[in-house]
Write a protein that binds this ligand. Structure first.
Ligand code: C2E
Ligand code: CA
Ligand code: CA
Ligand code: CA
Length: 272
């Protein structure tokens, strides 16, 4: 309180110490996670439901902590973003996933698309276009196979720099999808001016679609069509949802109904 600043500060600072100890520990551990090979990637199939063919995979990062076990990305990615480590980690994910796709291609598995999630911090803190170009050159993967998933929030905050980088990426042949579409606080006006090629319908709308109503999914599908964008639904868990989406002309889908995210080897065995 105002009367006893010393006391309240002391109390506050004890709490802070505990919290920062935990985050400092996790942060240190995360810093070492790359070299200790605790990070790995799972790949979730993206399906064209018209013929049930796999048309792409989304790379999803995993961290197996030596004491705490598997830590979900929703917990450690925000930490990596706060500390700036996301730049290094994001680079690692891109390189590793591109290497994997190249390997699949070399083995004769002609998977046409790799989607990789990008954090806003990767735009703010590095020469993103330069590092992506370097990774593609090093792995020998054609840019047209790569798709980057950006959330709406990134785009809302879009600075001149973000937009410039997005344009460079597009000119280079890389595709950009808007992830979790419909959950951000953006106006639709921005869609026309952005170099994007796909909308990804958020899982929450797919969940709602057959329970509550389908107004939002239907609207996004129509919007994508009118703007000449591809559209994919995420979090598809049932045949009913898949059938309904197909009826509405959304043919690309991703979700547990088709497959959970898999390690590269399991995915190879399942689809090759
Ligand atoms: P996201 O990009 O929206 O990824 C989709 C999440 O939904 C994944 O969770 C996936 O495993 C899960 N999912 C897919 N299909 C279904 C389904 O049918 N039902 C249910 N209940 N869930 C489904 P995951 O792998 O835990 O990733 C969570 C979030 O962490 C991702 O959300 C993404 O925002 C972030 N993330 C993951 N990997 C990376 C990365 O390499 N870089 C960055 N910046 N973020 C990442
Ligand atoms: Ca995603
Ligand atoms: Ca998503
Ligand atoms: Ca999400």
């Amino acid at each position: 309180s105002k009367e006893r600043p010393g006391t309240s500060f002391h109390f506050f600072s004890e709490e802070m110490d505990i919290r920062s100890y935990e985050s400092i520990k996790l942060e240190n551990d995360l810093y070492r996670a790359i070299e200790k090979e605790e990070l790995f990637i799972h790949y979730q199939p993206q399906i064209d439901y018209r013929n049930n063919e796999i048309v792409g995979v989304e790379a999803l990062l995993r961290w197996k902590h030596p004491e705490y076990g598997l830590i979900p990305p929703d917990r450690f990615i925000p930490l990596a973003e706060e500390t700036g480590l996301i730049v290094q980690i994001g680079d690692w994910v891109l390189r590793r996933a591109c290497q994997q796709l190249k390997k699949w291609h070399d083995e004769g598995f002609a998977l046409p698309r790799l989607s990789v999630n990008l954090s806003v911090h990767q735009f703010e803190q590095t020469d993103l276009f330069g590092s992506i170009k370097k990774i593609l050159n090093e792995t020998g993967l054609d840019p047209s196979f790569l798709e980057l998933e950006l959330t709406e929030n990134l785009i809302v905050k879009n600075t001149e720099l973000t937009l410039e980088t997005m344009k460079q990426l597009k000119e280079y042949g890389i595709k950009i999808a808007i992830d979790d579409f419909g959950t951000g606080y953006s106006s639709l006006g921005y869609l026309r001016n952005l170099p994007i090629s796909k909308l990804k319908i958020d899982k929450s709308f797919v969940d709602q679609m057959l329970v509550d109503d389908a107004a939002i999914t239907n609207t996004i599908i129509t919007l994508a069509k009118n703007l000449n964008l591809e559209v994919i639904a995420e979090g598809v868990e049932t045949k009913e949802q898949a059938d309904y989406l197909l009826e509405q002309d959304c043919v690309l889908m991703q979700g547990y109904y088709f497959s959970r995210p898999l390690d590269a080897e399991t995915l190879t065995n399942k689809y090759v």
